[in-house]
Ligand binder design. Sequence first.
Ligand code: FES
Length: 101
Amino acid sequence: MTLSHVLVCRGPDCLTRGAQEVYTAVALETHRQGLSEQEVVQTQSGCVAPLCGTGPVVCCYPSGAWYAGVTPQDVPDLVTHDIAGGRVVERLAARRVEGVA
Ligand code: FES
């Protein structure tokens, strides 16, 4: 059963801000926390225009939270609280897509 879908922006601006390291950190942390690829679907996205310039941007569903300025050090919190727990990490949340969660 899928718990969460995580989209890490791999657009050009986010890549210059460390998106590759964040993408790798999400994969490693979900594995470290014992979550399978069926439970957490991780994909790359193109530019998430409304937040461009504030990346790396990570969008999580079903919470509907879009996170900005994510660093690899933030990823354990994101995985524990949002991806596995369904609770928005307010200190990183930049936008919420209403009607999703
Ligand atoms: S490149 Fe990531 S939001 Fe534009």
